[in-house]
Design a protein around this ligand. Structure first.
Ligand code: SF4
Length: 222
């Protein structure tokens, strides 16, 4: 049996129908025989491999969800201690919940977690994409990787943003997965029209689309 739970008719071909180069790392073992075999072992109770998808916000998740939801048993994980303003944090969370309801994907609120200001002390004035963001990615993916021990894979919607370096995010994700003992899936959701799809689906569902990344430092630069 395989990921789809319908016998050997599915498997790599089934996954590749939905996951293309630029979307998800096609060199990942998920696309090879060992992973197919392990998916098969799980198929009676879980027809698809499970994926914990770290989500920074609903619009970015909107650009990724359609590529994943038919392949994986998805869970959205909202862990963003970088959004320190409560109202903004809740607004983005509730929008992600709305998206989750639309696609029947459960959402976990990761809560407060680490102290963002303490973690980025000294890099407050860095531009977006600088040292502060690296720490911010590490913080969010470390905790996601720890929770992902209960899932087959984890990934993040952070790679959808044209302002974010997907290669750096993927390096951090892989390191976090190795440290935690969980499996990171490399992605670059911005490719193949990901950003356009994010905008279109956000408009269709009337999702709130913020105009800054998330921390107060990115807001001050507007
Ligand atoms: S700009 Fe975005 S990625 Fe960078 S530190 Fe702020 S919230 Fe994190």
């Amino acid at each position: 049996m395989d990921a789809g739970g319908n016998g050997s008719a599915r498997g790599v071909g089934y996954l590749m129908k939905y996951l293309h180069p630029g979307f998800v790392d096609v060199d990942h073992p998920a696309f090879g025989a060992p992973a197919r075999a392990s998916f098969g072992e799980k198929s009676e109770n879980s027809p698809r491999p499970t994926l914990l998808l770290h989500c920074c916000c609903a619009p970015c998740a909107a650009g990724a969800v359609e590529r994943l939801v038919n392949v994986f048993e998805l869970t959205f994980y909202y862990y963003n201690p970088n959004i320190t303003e409560k109202e903004e944090y809740l607004k983005r969370f509730h929008e992600l919940e709305r998206l989750g309801e639309h696609f029947s994907v459960p959402v976990i609120d990761g809560g407060d977690g680490e102290d963002f200001f303490e973690a980025v002390e000294g890099s407050e004035n860095e531009p977006e994409g600088g040292k502060r963001c690296k720490v911010c990615f590490e913080m969010r993916l470390k905790k996601t990787a720890e929770l992902a021990r209960e899932y087959d894979y984890f990934a993040t919607t952070l790679t959808l943003s044209p302002l974010k370096n997907a290669r750096l995010i993927n390096e951090i994700g892989e390191r976090a997965g190795e440290a935690a003992g969980s499996e990171y899936l490399k992605t670059d959701f911005k490719k193949r029209g990901g950003v356009l799809r994010s905008k279109a689906l956000s408009e269709e569902l009337e999702l709130y689309r913020q105009d800054y990344c998330g921390c107060v430092f990115s807001k001050r630069r507007l």
